[in-house]
Write a protein of this length. Structure first.
Length: 671
């Protein structure tokens, strides 16, 4: 079938090649027709150019003559304008002269009147000098009047001449305008004819261009068609060769395909046999389980018969040890404790159904051990009831009362100790750029910072979602500013990492990369910075994975049962010793990010112990309380997490321990 399809495709290509040859012949005819049209357009274009060349000299002569007439008309117009201005100025002079003549005539008439009056007076009444003066003045004015009349006549004639000149200019200008209008009309007619000829020429030129482009495109199509025909011929030859090769290859491929199918059938038959064997095994397993179920039913029946005589559940209380006294009222040894740890064991021969302490369900381990805490009333007695119920419904309960703490007035005055100032750098990272987001680190940092500040008087600096530069900058600022009278605490909550090859731990800022340690902070770098500080006491509290790498030595702690005076002496010695310690949330493995409500289980334990302490608290005592709580809480989640505490020898630890001093004790106050 594949060979038939190839032969059909080959026949189709041969038919297409014949059609393309016919199309090529048509293209040749089109090229010849277009060449003929191109020759015709060239002849028409030549004739149009000759006609345009014949008309151009006449048009140019008319245009030049029209320009000359325009220049002459412009010159006549300017001459007429100058004549008008001169005529206007002459008329103004003539009017001024007429006015002067009129004034002189009035003065002369007045002088004549005065002279006649003097003559009429006659005799001695008239002075000869006055009459002579008036006569001279009259003669002078008459002479001036004659000159002004002559000048007026001259101006009058000049005005008449200017009027005649202006009229002549107007006549010539009108004549020039008539001639220019006629010549302009001729020129516009010739220009229209010339534009028409140019338009015809452009039309012929555009037709010629289109014909050339079409001819060029047809020639390219023809050449492309020729190439296609050659390619098709070559393709047909190659197709024939490929067809022959495929005929030979198909035989080999079909043989290989047959062998592959035979192998696949053999494999499937083998799998089918294996499935049959597995089915038989499962059938036998089902039969065995059915037999075992029958045995269990028989045992359960016998157990129910014997369980009727089994005793009810038994509750053994390990802590607090109320059996040492003959009272169910317990007096606590440590003042200010707000929670009571209860450790015990329940024995239920008939099987334990439920266990509750103060109506709160508890889940003991396989050995029946349980470990929990109960909140204590601050001013009143606290009643505790433990109830165990077995699978038969039989019940046992254990009840006792924890007496309220009664503060006693110290018999001796407070002993003063100068503990110095307390500073803390608190770091909490949740929002990582390239690592999984944490849920409780920021909340832990802010809550612990508030507790240290409010209850223990720390001056805190809190870094939230800090990068490598921010952490190093803060550490360097504390290194420069803190003195030998200060105490310093570093709290870090966030991601951590362990380099298995070098056994080095790293704190991971929010800009840390999962591929490299470029932005990570090695534990030894923090240790080196602490070693350069002048502070008395310093502690690192690290709630991060693999933080136990920082703890590689032990710390001595105060013995229990000391007298007040001896404890004072020990604390005084510790307050003046240089200590560098580390409290980590776990060992060399991951730690839980949650489990303590809104906090990690480690932060929850630290907050509870510090929050319930009203006395000076050594970090070693804090560690023991925190370790017990964290280990118990982690086991409830099926997780192993054991906090660590040790001296940091590489950071300059000499002796002593870090002390948490409540504010009410005062920095220089008593114990």
């Amino acid at each position: 079938s594949r060979l038939s399809a190839l032969e059909a495709a080959l026949n189709q290509r041969e038919a297409a090649l014949e059609a393309e040859q016919r199309q090529t012949a048509k293209l040749r005819e089109q090229v010849a027709s277009l060449e003929q049209k191109s020759q015709q357009f060239n002849a028409q274009l030549a004739r149009a150019r000759e006609a345009a060349d014949r008309e151009d000299p006449e048009t140019d002569a008319l245009r030049r003559e029209l320009e000359q007439r325009k220049q002459e008309a412009t010159e006549l117009q300017s001459q007429l304008e100058r004549t008008r201005k001169e005529l206007e100025r002459t008329r103004q002079d003539f009017e001024w002269q007429q006015k002067n003549i009129e004034d002189e005539r009035k003065g002369l008439t007045q002088a004549r009147t005065e002279l006649e009056n003097l003559k009429k007076l006659g005799g001695a009444a008239a002075e000869p000098s006055a009459i002579q003066r008036l006569e001279r003045e009259l003669a002078e004015r008459e002479a001036v009047l004659r000159k002004q009349r002559e000048e007026a006549e001259r101006l009058k004639e000049q005005v008449a001449d200017l009027d005649r000149t202006a009229n002549g200019y107007r006549t010539q200008l009108a004549w020039f305008k008539d001639i220019r209008s006629e010549e302009q009309a001729k020129l516009e007619s010739l220009q229209r004819q010339l534009e028409q000829r140019k338009a015809e020429t452009e039309l012929l030129r555009s037709q010629l261009d289109r014909t050339k482009k079409e001819m060029e495109r047809t020639r390219r199509d023809f050449e492309w068609q020729q190439k296609q025909m050659e390619a098709e011929k070559s393709g047909l030859e190659q197709a024939r060769q490929i067809l022959e090769e495929r005929k030979r290859a198909d035989l080999v491929q079909e043989r290989d395909e047959l062998e592959r199918l035979q192998k696949e059938i053999a494999q499937r038959e083998a799998r089918l046999k294996a499935q049959r064997r597995e089915s038989e095994r499962m059938e036998s397993e089902v039969a065995r389980l059915a037999s075992a179920a029958e045995e269990y039913e028989e045992k359960l029946t016998r157990y129910k018969e014997t369980a009727k005589d089994l005793p009810k559940p038994e509750i053994e209380l390990i802590k607090p040890n109320i059996m040492a006294t003959r009272s169910t009222k317990v007096q606590l040894d440590r003042p200010g404790l707000d929670r009571l740890q209860i450790v015990g064991k329940v024995i239920a021969p008939a099987g334990l159904y439920s266990l509750s302490i103060n109506e709160k369900p508890e889940s003991p381990d396989k050995a029946g051990l349980f470990n929990t805490t109960v909140p204590l009333e601050k001013t009143a007695d606290t009643h505790v009831q433990i109830i165990a119920v077995d699978r038969r419904g039989k019940r046992s309960d254990l009840q006792f009362t924890v007496a309220a703490f009664q503060a006693q007035t110290p018999e001796k005055p407070a002993l003063a100790v100068d503990f110095g100032a307390y500073h803390a750098l608190i770091i909490g990272n949740d929002d990582y750029q390239g690592l999984p987001r944490l849920e409780t680190a920021v909340k832990d940092a802010r809550t612990i910072a508030g507790l240290l500040q409010d209850k223990f008087g720390f001056q805190t600096r809190v870094l939230i979602n800090a990068d490598r530069f921010e952490i190093y900058t803060a550490l360097d600022e504390f290194r420069k500013t803190l003195t030998e009278r200060d105490n310093f605490l570093i709290y870090y909550a966030g991601h951590g990492e362990l380099d298995q090859k070098n056994q080095r731990g790293y704190w991971l800022p929010v800009d840390a990369s999962p591929e490299s340690h470029v932005n990570s902070i090695p534990n030894y770098t923090v240790t080196d910075i602490l070693n350069t500080m002048a502070v008395k006491q310093a502690i690192i509290v690290a709630d991060t994975c693999y933080s136990g790498i920082l703890t590689r030595s032990a710390v001595t702690h105060l013995e229990t049962g000391m007298s007040r005076e001896k404890r004072f002496e020990k604390l005084k010695q510790m307050a003046n010793q240089q200590s560098r310690t580390v409290l980590s949330s776990g060992g060399l493995r991951p730690v839980l990010d949650a489990g303590g409500g809104e906090h990690s289980i480690f932060a929850r334990a630290v907050l509870d112990v510090l929050g319930s302490s009203d006395d000076i608290l050594e970090a070693s005592r804090l560690y023991r309380e925190v370790r017990s709580r964290v280990s118990d809480m982690a086991r409830q989640f099926g997780f192993e997490q054991v906090p660590q505490y040790a001296a940091n020898l590489h950071a300059g630890h000499k002796a002593g321990d870090f002390l948490f001093v409540p504010v009410h004790s005062s920095r220089g106050g008593g114990l």
